[in-house]
Design a protein around this ligand. Structure first.
Ligand code: COI
Length: 357
């Protein structure tokens, strides 16, 4: 818990938006809960932790983050379990990853104590915003940005860390068709692709728009050097089942270390499934499709959980992947993950953080 010198000051909202929110028709990222947590980094330390009504920020047009992209975020979820418990999935892992992103972008570290205390108190206050409908959750968005009012290119001295939340349905309601990208890149070796930095998503927007114009909801990103090896799929990590082996690109400086990716690998290994984290060329995937050994392909992420890929387009040819009903391993893993997150099955990996109300 937070040290006594870092007591969070709380200002409650006077007019909750809860009653006017349509929980039956949630989409991803459209409504926000009543409160947010904020804390400032100034004079080399975190100061002034607050929980206050969700509101606009006021900032100078010279704010560094707006110009040079010194901004990072996380995405995690809280679920409503039995006995009125709120269950947050792997918050400490998200805190660790945020600190890796922060290190790469010259930003200050956030102690696990500060991250967890802000998150705990915010969710306790807004617990009624955690949906209990099948497939829905409270998406938690921690973010950290450079707040110096200074447009020289340098690491900022001041930062703001914010956590806000949003009740959401699944990011994708069904399967996705993907197109192999062989012109643009999301991230290059040695860059910031492994960090959850705003700039990575900015770089993906034009190629994603062009893909959507061709009828593809996502891109299958390939490596920056040769456009030969698969990196990620859209905003997700990519996984394939070739015969009985679960294959996924090995982590690198250009691939995000997905918490969902790690959770799936952990469950698969526990079940005795052979898992390979290695380079996978697009040619290998096409070959596996041609010889019938490609049984499954899917993206993984907090927002998307497991999203099946129905077709892959490569060099103008589209390959159709097996029927979803045949994809038993990924479907079973998705169910297991959901059961762990909802507290319906034993939390043997210690992934679930309970907020008792
Ligand atoms: C997540 O899965 O949480 C993501 O970060 C994807 C997002 C950009 C919506």
């Amino acid at each position: 818990m937070i040290s006594s010198t870092m007591k969070i000051e709380i200002e409650k909202s006077k007019s909750s938006r809860l009653a006017s929110t349509d929980f039956e028709h949630l989409e991803f990222g459209a409504v926000y809960s009543d409160h947010m947590f904020t804390v400032d980094f100034k004079d080399e330390e975190w100061k002034n932790p607050l929980i206050l009504p969700f509101q606009n920020l006021s900032m100078s047009p010279a704010t560094a983050a707006l110009h040079y992209g010194q901004t990072i975020f996380e995405g995690l979820k809280a679920f409503r379990g039995n006995n009125n418990e709120i269950l947050v999935f792997r918050p400490q892992a998200h805190c660790r990853r945020m600190n890796k992103s922060a290190e790469r972008l010259c930003m200050p570290q956030i102690s696990e104590e500060l991250f967890m205390e802000g998150l705990h108190q915010l969710i306790s206050i807004d617990h009624q915003w955690v949906p209990d409908m099948e497939g829905c959750s409270l998406y938690i968005r921690p973010m950290l940005y450079a707040s110096d009012e200074f447009i020289r290119v340098k690491p900022s001295s001041n930062y703001k860390f914010i956590i806000f939340t949003s009740p959401v349905a699944k990011y994708y309601s069904g399967t996705v068709k993907v197109i192999v990208e062989n012109k643009y890149v999301r991230a290059a070796d040695g860059g910031i692709g492994f960090a959850k930095a705003g700039g990575n998503y900015a770089a993906s927007l034009l190629p994603a728009k062009l893909a959507a114009e061709k009828g593809y909801q996502q891109i299958l990103w390939t490596d920056a050097k040769e456009h030969k090896y698969i990196e990620e799929s859209g905003t997700m990590n990519a996984m394939f089942l070739i015969n009985d082996t679960l294959v996924t690109p090995a982590l690198s400086s250009s691939i995000l270390s997905g918490v969902t990716r790690d959770s799936i690998i952990t469950i698969a290994k526990e079940w005795g499934v052979k898992v390979e984290e290695r380079k996978i060329s697009i040619d290998e995937i096409i070959e596996a499709h041609n010889n019938g050994s490609l049984k499954d392909a899917f993206g993984t992420g907090t927002a998307a959980t497991i999203t099946h890929i129905s077709a892959i387009s490569y060099n103008g040819n589209e390959i159709a992947l097996p029927e979803i009903s045949t994809r038993t391993l990924s479907t079973k893993i998705a169910q297991e993950l959901s059961d762990i997150r909802l507290g319906k099955t034993e939390d043997r990996f210690n992934w679930v953080y309970k907020i008792q109300l």
